[in-house]
Design a protein around this ligand. Structure first.
Ligand SMILES: Cc1cc2nc3c(=O)[nH]c(=O)nc-3n(C[C@H](O)[C@H](O)[C@H](O)COP(=O)(O)O)c2cc1C
Length: 229
């Protein structure tokens, strides 16, 4: 056997192995734990990425109208509730500042406003109608919920909440309200939305009213996670 020929065959075989393995090694470098193969311990964030795939992160847009701050406080509580759900990322914005990109990126939208003459304030109605009518946002299968404040006890808050939900249903969204459970855990129920009475009979926003907003945020974020699974 020619020793030179054997030598060149061996070198060629090695080159073939090296060329085939290089791309595979390159592939292994991708993914959240890749660096750990090269001596780095995985960080908490690496592990979180592994446990929770990217598609389970949900964006919850909380869009509100507020002249004197009551509805804004409720909106903040909605965001707090959404944060209770792992993977939910709330974005709090005045309704007039919401962009088409915000709406399209949202997996869930929670709308809130004051009650004016037992209805949605005209300025807010114009904005949300334009989202659909002029901006042509596709709301299909986004999760939705609503909240309202009103000075009166029976001044139309619930009508406002239902009107906001009707807007969502009409735009092909899937809507829900906050969940409650009695102390024994026997009874479980939902309400239409969250609300607060802010007028002279019961000024400001009470703890239970804030709690209704927190529950709403949590419920809608949960629903968005389920819809994205
Ligand atoms: C023009 C106007 C009309 C209102 N109409 C009603 C009403 O019909 N029913 C009610 O309960 N409150 C009514 N209110 C009270 C507001 O809904 C209430 O103060 C609300 O909490 C204000 O929210 P904001 O602080 O976020 O602006 C009205 C207030 C204004 C300024």
């Amino acid at each position: 056997m020619n020793p030179n020929k054997t030598m060149s065959t061996t070198i060629r075989a090695w080159l073939l192995v090296v060329c085939c393995c290089l791309p595979v090694a390159g592939c292994q470098q991708q993914g959240p734990l890749a660096d750990s193969q090269y001596g780095r311990q995985p960080t908490r964030q690496d592990l979180a990425d592994v446990v929770r795939p990217k598609n389970q992160t949900v964006d919850v847009l909380i869009a509100y109208d507020s002249m004197t701050g009551n509805t804004e406080r409720m909106a903040q509580a909605v965001a707090q509730g959404a944060r209770r759900v792992p993977g939910a990322v709330p974005l709090l914005k005045k309704v007039s500042e919401v962009t088409k990109e915000d709406l399209e990126a949202a997996d869930a939208i929670v709308l809130g406003c004051p009650t004016y003459y037992a209805n949605i304030p005209g300025r807010m109605k114009i904005v949300i109608d334009d989202w659909s009518w002029k901006m042509k946002v596709d709301f299909t299968d986004k999760a939705g919920g609503a909240f309202a404040t009103g000075g009166g006890q029976m001044g139309g808050k619930e009508h406002v909440v239902i009107s906001l939900l009707l807007f969502m249903i009409n735009n092909r969204m899937i809507v829900a309200g906050p969940l409650y459970q009695d102390e024994e855990g026997d009874d479980l129920w939902a309400e239409t939305g969250a609300g607060a009475m802010t007028g002279p009979i019961d000024m400001g926003i009470g703890v239970k009213e804030l709690d209704s907003a927190t529950r709403l945020g949590e419920r809608i974020a949960h629903l968005a996670v389920k819809l994205k699974e």
